[in-house]
Design a protein around this ligand. Structure first.
Ligand code: BGC
Length: 920
């Protein structure tokens, strides 16, 4: 039975408040058949679910089933559009395409598209109290009462703020998003959220309350105690449209008729935490306005910067039960969450009125088992709660988040119990799309740590760390981790939004700032561009990664000018056109091959810079080609050639040795294709030698680490890649696991072998960069990789490590699930793969002991499949393994069998020989 399922609009299921004028629609195909390809489709759009009249009725003889743009009549503000899809698809044995039923109905709803749709005004308060110690402005609350006369058909709120806001309608929290309106460069754009509140509006009396805090807009950002990055006045913008059954509609808008109300939050700052006086809460709950009436003031902020929400909002994603409540040797009461996490500690308490509770958040205990927070630097990460004394009180903070595993509790009453606490985990609500599991619990823990590093650092923007006084969008960290991130969660919209800020923050000369949104402006010397290779290259590598992983070509078009500006910037930097041998280079940041305690690795920073120059230029040329910009394609192709030869001249000596004799130098030269063919073998062997010299351990930093294992594996040394990956002693990934890590550490030696810490200076226990090895694990152990953008064609080629007996990898691609499961039992390989419809996969079976016997088996798998002449899907025609043809399977390498299949689930069972697979 052929079916259409999983309707998605702009990467989201039934979005509301959409801003794009040509939303792109995706769907998946379900069928019992194999080798199923979509031949044509019909797409209908209407403004009601009965699809009468039709707004757009589109037929297309196309295989495209993801990100198909709406091209019908112009879309209108606030309107909901329904859509459905039907496909004609042909599978194995079909003589002609089968027609599906209509899909279930999906919808999208537009936000306010034009400035003139806004009748609301920005409002703010006259005065704010300033917290003495932190010098922060207290959040404010504003309320409006309104009555509803008639039967409500629909009520939608559009809201945003300069600062962070939360809304309550009739005492109920509006929506499930936190940290709204999200972090963009507010000088460029401020996102608007839409909420359907039809079921919360009451007949007659209603009351809406908004609370607004400083957030990223005016709170502390960066380690230099700077605030007011975007302005010093927080403000709210609110517009609600109530549509009645009888056709009338009315607007409730923020304006000077709103009144300031009591707010129990006395201080709330992203880094420093929150102070909350629950004694003031009652006033608000009783709808009491301030003793002295204070009306809100209209603020003269523009409406021209408003855009619809662009990525998935931050939501509560997990709720964790703490694992222990202990008294430390110092006599402090400390709660252990058992997981380094980001969000809040929610608690329940019963204590007399005025009792002051303090919760101080830290990541680790020190060697003596005492609470430790020196690595958090100047971020107070403290919650202070003053009890109302009215029975059981439950609290969670508002405009702040904490990165922590341990919480020091002060002032809690004697009966405090572990059950009174819950870790509330918050991050951008990206769909989990990847699964990676093996027979090795330690490796599984590493995967867990990588995923939790991602959870903790994907809170609306990709951050370096979530706890100390940074939490900034360091471009290098994001670039390094983007591919792994895109395996674990659907990060398409997340990066799309952030990359817009990157482009906006790019300097006129194309330089990409260290952090995006750029809040470090003015931190460094005026004559510095505040950029460096591998960091600024996020401008090129991130859009390319998103395109590869999700087939979203639009992101390349969106970022093209920014990508090009970055490459042109580099081109103007060097002492000659094809080198980047000037300026500040962070290079192989935190590598272990330089002196103890240094942040800079031993690899020549200009070698790294020129290598990235080549890589970004290569990607830019490929992008230009995809976007049909052939002049640019030619320009950057030849620039790339020029950089390659300049690299060879500058960084190789006559004997074919790289000028930096480090693991990272060999790795980047190989990974970015910069080693002249004649030296290739030698460079690979040098890398192996350096690893052997280091007792089969890595010593790479931010630049070498992501590619080290990939390069080894791509060059015939998968066995050595696995040796490094499975090391358990320092320095290695599993050393952290052995030490009880639950997220990724910033340094290989964040906790040293003797148990002491790396300096307090910069020592995060939740830094995802070294988690970038996740990409290698998915690609090599599970064996899942992309061959054609969006997994239109996958490569399924696991390389089983000797110490594993099974691995299971799954990835929800835009077309559906790609999966590989392998298991070795008594020298027999059992491997099952799943290939989604409308795609193909190149499968490589490893360690085949008797290839001929296996070829027989595979051929026999499709005895009845016959395509009528001319109907063999183009991408399979003439290729080995097409059903109905004489199956010829290529022996790639000595004992690997490679062939291409269409959609379906396939199981292979054969005599397996690990040694033949050359991995031991
Ligand atoms: C951040 C890094 C970042 C680095 C660059 C650090 O403070 O945490 O991850 O990339 O600075 O200098």
């Amino acid at each position: 039975m052929l079916k259409v399922k999983a309707l998605i609009c702009e990467h989201v299921n039934n979005p509301i408040g959409l801003g794009c004028l040509k939303p792109r629609l995706s769907w998946q195909i379900e069928s019992d058949n194999i080798y199923v390809f979509q031949k044509r489709f019909q797409l209908q759009v209407a403004i009601n679910p009965a699809f009468e009249p039709l707004l757009w009725n589109h037929f297309s003889y196309s295989e495209q089933s993801i990100l198909f743009p709406y091209e019908g009549p112009p879309l209108e503000s606030g309107q909901r559009y329904y859509y459905r899809v039907k496909v004609w698809a042909q599978g194995a044995g079909d003589t002609e395409p089968e027609e599906s039923e209509w899909s279930e109905i999906g919808f999208w709803e537009m936000g306010l598209l034009h400035e003139q749709d806004w009748k609301a005004q920005w409002i703010t308060v006259q005065e704010r109290s300033i917290h003495e110690k932190f010098q922060t402005r207290a959040p404010f609350a504003a309320s409006k009462c309104f009555s509803v006369e008639g039967k409500v058909k629909k009520a939608v709120i559009y809201a945003t703020s300069l600062g962070l806001y939360e809304l309550e309608l009739n005492g109920q929290r509006v929506g499930d998003a936190y940290f709204t309106p999200g972090w963009t460069d507010y000088n460029d754009r401020v996102q608007v959220q839409a909420y359907d509140v039809t079921s919360t509006v009451r007949e007659q009396h209603n009351r809406i309350t908004a609370t607004v805090g400083e957030g990223w807009y005016s709170g502390y950002l960066g380690w230099q105690k700077r605030k007011d990055t975007y302005g010093n006045t927080n403000a709210l913008l609110f517009q609600m449209k109530i549509s009645y059954e009888d056709g009338r509609s009315e607007l409730i808008c923020s304006d000077s008729s709103w009144e300031e109300t009591s707010c129990a939050i006395l201080m709330s700052d992203i880094y420093n935490g929150e102070i909350y006086d629950a004694r003031l809460e009652q006033q608000a709950a009783e709808h009491r306005f301030l003793n002295e009436r204070k009306m809100m003031q209209v603020a003269p902020f523009p409406l021209s910067h408003l855009v619809a929400q662009e990525n998935e909002p931050v939501r509560v994603m997990n709720r964790l039960k703490p694992v222990e409540l202990i008294w430390t040797p110092k006599g402090e009461l400390v709660l252990n969450l058992g997981q380094n996490m980001v969000g809040w500690l929610e608690f329940k308490v019963e204590a007399p009125e005025g009792t002051v509770l303090n919760l101080v958040h830290g990541e680790v205990l020190d060697q003596q088992g005492n609470f430790y927070r020196d690595n958090i630097r100047d971020a107070a990460q403290q919650i202070t709660y003053i009890c109302s004394g009215k029975g059981t009180e439950i609290f969670r903070p508002h405009f702040t988040f904490q990165g922590f595993q341990y919480v020091k509790l002060e002032g809690f009453p004697a009966g405090v119990a572990i059950e009174d606490f819950t870790g509330v985990v918050l991050h951008s609500d990206m769909a989990t799309i990847g699964l990676f599991e093996t027979s090795d619990p330690k490796l599984n823990q590493l995967q867990h740590n990588i995923v939790w590093g991602q959870k903790g650092n994907f809170l609306d923007v990709p951050t370096d760390c979530p706890q100390r006084d940074e939490r900034l969008g360091w471009t290098g960290d994001a670039q390094i981790f983007a591919r792994t991130a895109s395996f674990n969660m659907n990060s398409a919209s997340f990066f799309r939004k952030w990359l817009k800020d990157l482009a906006y923050n790019q300097l006129e000369n194309g330089a990409v700032p260290f952090v995006v949104p750029d809040v470090l402006k003015g931190t460094f010397a005026d004559n510095m561009d505040q950029t460096t290779a591998a960091w600024g290259d996020a401008a090129v590598i991130c859009p390319w990664t998103i395109y590869q992983c999700y087939g979203d070509k639009q992101i390349l078009a969106q970022q093209y000018d920014s990508m090009k500006a970055w490459v042109d910037y580099i081109r103007a930097q060097g002492t000659e056109e094809h080198l980047w041998d000037t300026g500040l280079q962070l290079g192989d940041w935190l590598a272990l091959d330089s002196e103890e305690g240094s942040y800079f690795g031993a690899t020549d920073g200009t070698l790294v810079a020129t290598a990235y120059f080549a890589y970004s230029t290569h990607i830019l040329a490929q992008t230009a080609k995809l976007l049909n910009r052939y002049t640019d394609y030619n320009t950057y192709q030849s620039l790339h050639e020029g950089i390659r030869s300049a690299f060879a001249n500058r960084y190789f000596d006559d004997a074919g040795k790289l000028t930096s004799n480090t693991q990272t130098a060999q790795v980047v030269a190989l990974h970015f294709g910069l080693v002249p063919e004649k030296y290739k073998k030698q460079v690979v062997q040098e890398l192996v030698r350096l690893i052997e010299k280091n007792d089969m351990h890595l010593d790479t930093g931010f630049v070498g680490t992501p590619y080290l294992c990939l390069v080894l594996s791509d060059n015939g040394y998968t066995d050595i890649a696995y040796k490094i990956l499975f090391q358990k002693d320092y320095p290695s990934w599993l050393y952290q696991v052995e030490r009880g890590a639950t997220t990724m550490w910033e340094h290989w030696d964040s906790i040293k072998v003797d148990g002491s810490f790396w300096s307090t200076d910069m020592n995060s226990f939740n830094h995802y960069s070294y988690g970038s090895v996740g990409d290698f694990m998915y690609q090599n152990i599970a064996g899942i990789d992309v061959l054609e953008a969006g997994y239109k064609k996958s490569r399924l080629a696991p390389k089983p490590p000797v110490n594993l007996t099974s691995a299971h990898g799954k990835l929800e691609t835009p077309y559906g699930e790609v999966a590989v499961h392998w298991e070795i039992v008594n020298e027999e390989m059992r491997m099952t793969v799943h290939v989604p419809h409308n795609t193909t996969a190149e499968i490589t079976l490893p360690g085949v002991l008797e290839p001929d016997a296996l070829q027989q088996t595979i051929t026999k798998q499709y005895p009845s499949i016959q395509y009528p002449p001319g109907n063999v899907p183009q991408e399979l025609a003439g290729k080995s393994g097409s059903p109905g043809e004489q199956a010829i399977f290529e022996l790639s390498g000595d004992h690997e069998l490679t062939f291409t299949v269409g959609s379906g689930q396939y199981t292979f069972q054969y005599k397996y020989n690990q040694r033949l697979n050359n991995i031991d």
